[in-house]
Design a protein around this ligand. Structure first.
Ligand SMILES: [Zn+2]
Length: 424
């Protein structure tokens, strides 16, 4: 129960952080954390940066400062103190991506991997971002150049620019499968019987912006035409898009801005179009942070008609992951336990294609433990603990490939309507 309380506090803070506005003339201020203040802050739509030593750090613009004054919340401007603090607790700063991949580094390593394993690994450019970067998909399979009638699974990373660790985990899966194919009989069985698709960087423009200009950048780099930038790529998918204003926002300055319509953003059109060509049996989309495994629905608190299956697979994945480093990824239905989201990846892939679909929020588990700023030393341990869940889902897809005729029919119907509505 205590775990639930802690988790809900984290979720609450995270939810607040999602309400953030864009950043113009911002200050970092801190306030003392107490119940009264937290209640007031909850009503104020602030961008909460982090919590440390009983203080809440906030990125605040002039309006926010005026509101803090009006609510009689004393604050201290922390710009001076914040950077030394952040350098001590956060090992990665803007402009220094270290072991984390930039767009160009990822591109190079994907191509090198495909060169090193030409029979197992293939890189496809599945579409261009707004700023004309390539969206890359890595396909891993035996006979990788052939379209075989076998199971297919997809792993996605980095819808959200600042979630750097979410690039690394799916990318490292591709490398692991290629490098271990010859020597590991289990890997060989999985790769021989499945097409594994990995799109490690859905939002390349956002990632570059996060590296070079603003570490906290979340959305893509759409010019909204009103002085604000960015659509939240994980609110722009076309299932229950814009269902309400709680699970996404119609305000272009919001961090969860859903865009003017569904599927307006080229980065996720690339994902949509890949789905239309393949027969995926399962999906994981990586995000950070929270250390949880979420499954549909996200747009409502209600359970789906596949709730038992979705829950069973999530619990199995959590159980396989925990022994690796002792971290438990709390499995739960997204809308019931977390904040609501609409237009996200997993509601769409489950709602349209009927396949088990998961959002894995990678560690850390809380703001206090570093939020989006995983140190480089996190990369391998986090990949290692996620690997058994990935392998399990690949195996599950192989085991269930024969039995999914119904979903294939459903998918083919959808494919027809998607293709007929495609205009570009
Ligand atoms: Zn995210």
């Amino acid at each position: 129960m205590r775990k639930t309380l802690v988790l809900s506090t984290i979720i609450f803070l995270f939810f607040l952080s999602l309400q953030a506005q864009t950043y113009r003339d911002r200050e970092i201020v801190c306030v003392e954390k107490d119940l009264e203040t937290m209640k007031k802050l909850a009503r104020m739509n602030l961008d909460l940066l982090m919590e440390k030593d009983g203080r809440i750090y906030i990125v605040a613009g002039p309006d926010d400062l005026a509101n803090l004054n009006m609510e009689n919340i004393p604050y201290r401007i922390e710009l001076q103190d914040f950077y030394p603090l952040s350098q001590e607790s956060l090992s990665i700063q803007s402009g220094v991506n270290g072991e984390f991949h930039s767009y160009a580094e990822l591109e190079q390593e994907l191509l090198e991997l495909a060169d090193a394993y030409p029979d197992l690994a293939k890189v496809e450019d599945i579409g261009d971002s707004l700023e004309q970067r390539n969206i890359y998909a890595l396909k891993i399979s035996d006979n990788v150049w052939a379209e075989e009638q076998e199971a297919a699974v997809i792993f996605l990373g980095c819808h959200h620019a600042r979630e750097w660790i979410s690039v690394e985990v799916p990318f490292l899966l591709g490398r692991y499968l290629a490098e271990n194919y010859e020597t590991n009989t289990e890997v060989r069985r999985l790769v021989n019987n499945c097409e594994i698709w990995i799109v490690p960087l859905v939002n390349p423009d956002g990632l570059e912006y996060s590296i070079h200009f603003y570490r906290y950048w979340r959305k893509n780099r759409r010019d909204n035409g009103d002085g604000t930038f960015g659509v939240d790529l994980n609110r722009n998918y076309g299932y229950k898009w814009g269902y309400d204003n709680e699970g996404s926002s119609s305000d272009p300055s919001s961090e969860v801005y859903r865009g003017p319509d569904s599927f307006t953003e080229p980065e996720i059109l690339a994902v949509r179009d890949l789905f239309a060509q393949k027969s995926f049996q399962a999906l994981i989309s990586y995000h950070s942070y929270s250390q949880v495994i979420l499954y549909p629905w996200g747009y409502t608190q209600a359970a789906s008609d596949q709730d038992d299956l979705l829950s069973e697979i999530a619990q199995k994945m959590a159980a396989l992951m925990e022994p690796v480093n002792g971290r438990y990824y709390y499995p739960d239905r997204a809308g019931a336990s977390f904040y609501l989201t609409n237009g996200d990846t997993t509601d769409w892939s489950f709602g349209v294609y009927g396949i088990p679909s998961y959002t894995i929020e990678l560690p850390p588990d809380s703001t206090l433990n570093g939020e989006f700023f995983n140190p480089e030393s996190d990369i391998l341990p986090i990949f290692n603990e996620n690997l058994p869940a990935m392998l399990y889902l690949i195996d599950w897809s192989i085991q269930n490939h024969e039995f999914q005729t119904f979903h294939h029919m459903k998918r083919d119907r959808q494919r027809g309507s998607i293709e007929s509505s495609r205009s570009n």
